[in-house]
Design a protein around this ligand. Structure first.
Ligand SMILES: C[S@@+](CC[C@H](N)C(=O)[O-])C[C@H]1O[C@@H](n2cnc3c(N)ncnc32)[C@H](O)[C@@H]1O
Length: 420
């Protein structure tokens, strides 16, 4: 299963989609762990394997390469005895009809040594060289910590739904169940120290919490909505921030839009614990939509991006993201911000946010946009951690802390000092 899931990732599928079909299987936790761990350490596992191969790994059948990587991951990180691990993988590859590769797999994995020193920079930081170079150029002061923290396991962060329970009461529930946790600098956010499946945490059914990265929790409060504001939640799927908007601004009318089809879990709970039929519009926001004539007082644009601030949470990104795809994202981000700006009412504000650490998807988008428009003020943002940028604020991946997110606040003003 793990080999197949990895193969789909090599073929371009996001890891979470690739694992989806095994959700109900009893093997899911193990398969998921193996795939995440293999991708998190892809470059060092690949380097150690390459030392044992008589050929360039790119000439190998992709399924065989996936099985070799899974084997190397097990030998590197698990206590499974070598013989059991190798025999299992050799049998698996035979079942896949690749009998001719079984002796090579057997030979390579029997020789695999998890103490062999790695030489390449790409293996040290588990990233492609272009990404390392880019981070070093853009973050001369923080590059080492960003690169090192990207290889760490991300923390499990909860946003406590204070409409249902106070943070103090929720912490007491965790203590009762002897679940270790740490409070954070973000109000209502706590880290669970021995991550568990969220379904097993207290208050899952009661909607006491949502799983949401620390930095991701910072965007919605920046909207600072008044109860009468209509909020456009642009690029809303899968709805993590929609849920936060609903919790923080329960009286507001919210319209969520995304190019993706709404899924069955979309209904968002209101604070009286009733499933709320939320206005969700499936639309491509770069084209004409049914809400083009509406005007909003607040817009959250959670733009599609490379996800370069969340590499440890989504380690498949490092295989899929390229300099080209970052440029394509930037084009899409530019189109989205231009289109949505027209839908913002004068006096209203837009929060532009990404989970990217690349300037090309952040400050550079805003710079370009500001040059084209005069009806904007760029408002200063200060958050509890991270760094100020030319036009906004950047959080960078922290050990046991947040992912890397970008935030920018823009207010729409009338040109030439006209009255609003
Ligand atoms: C960063 S994700 C949004 C995450 C979401 N706000 C949340 O908190 O759960 C970016 C979203 O942009 C959507 N998207 C990409 N291109 C789009 C387009 N042209 N129009 C509308 N949505 C788009 C993607 O489907 C994706 O769900």
């Amino acid at each position: 299963m793990a080999g197949r899931a990895l193969l789909r990732v090599f073929n371009g599928q996001p890891l979470e989609t690739s694992l989806q079909r095994y959700r109900e299987s009893k093997h899911y936790p193990n398969v998921s762990f193996l795939c995440f761990q293999t991708l998190r350490h892809y470059f060092s596992l690949a380097e150690r394997l390459r030392m044992l191969l008589n050929c360039n790994h790119t000439t190998l059948d992709r399924e065989v390469w996936a099985v070799l990587l899974i084997g190397a991951c097990q030998l590197q990180f698990s206590s499974t005895p070598r013989a059991a691990c190798v025999n299992h993988l050799v049998e698996s590859i035979k079942k896949l009809g690749k009998t001719s590769a079984s002796s090579m797999i057997n030979a390579v994995l029997r020789k695999y040594d998890n103490t062999t020193p790695i030489q390449e920079n790409t293996s040290k930081y588990e990233l492609p060289n272009w990404t390392i170079d880019w981070i070093q150029t853009e973050y001369p002061l923080h590059a080492v910590s960003i690169l090192e923290n990207n290889t760490q396991h991300p923390p499990l962060t909860l946003r406590i739904n204070v409409n249902e329970i106070s943070v103090q009461e929720y912490c007491a529930l965790l203590e009762e169940q002897q679940i270790e946790f740490a409070k954070t600098v973000v109000p209502n956010a706590i880290n669970v120290l021995n991550p568990k499946r969220m379904q097993t945490l207290p208050g899952f059914e009661e909607d006491y919490f949502a799983v949401q990265d620390l930095s991701s929790q910072l965007a919605v409060p920046l909207l600072a909505s008044l109860p009468s504001d209509i909020i456009l939640d642009a690029c809303a799927f899968p709805g993590v921030k929609t849920r936060q908007i609903r919790d923080l601004y329960p009286q507001n009318q919210i319209i969520s839009v995304d190019i993706k089809t709404r899924c069955s879990t979309w209904n968002i709970r209101t604070n009286d614990n009733v499933l709320h039929e939320h206005t969700y519009i499936q639309a491509d926001l770069t084209n004409e939509t049914e809400i083009d004539d509406m005007r909003f007082q607040r817009i959250l644009l959670d733009a599609p991006c490379s996800g370069s601030g969340t590499l440890r949470r989504h380690p498949d990104i490092k295989l899929h993201c390229t300099m080209e795809s970052v440029k394509e994202n930037a084009e899409l981000q530019g189109k989205l911000i231009r289109k949505l700006w027209k839908m913002l009412e004068y006096g209203g504000s837009m929060i532009y946010t990404t989970c990217s650490i690349f300037h090309a998807e952040n400050d550079e988008i805003i710079e370009c946009f500001l040059m084209e428009h005069q009806d904007i003020t760029n408002e200063a943002i200060t958050l509890p951690y991270g760094v100020s940028t030319k036009y906004g604020w950047q959080t960078i991946p922290q050990k046991d802390g947040s992912d890397g997110f970008y935030f920018c606040k823009l207010r729409k003003i009338k040109k030439n000092n006209e009255c609003m």
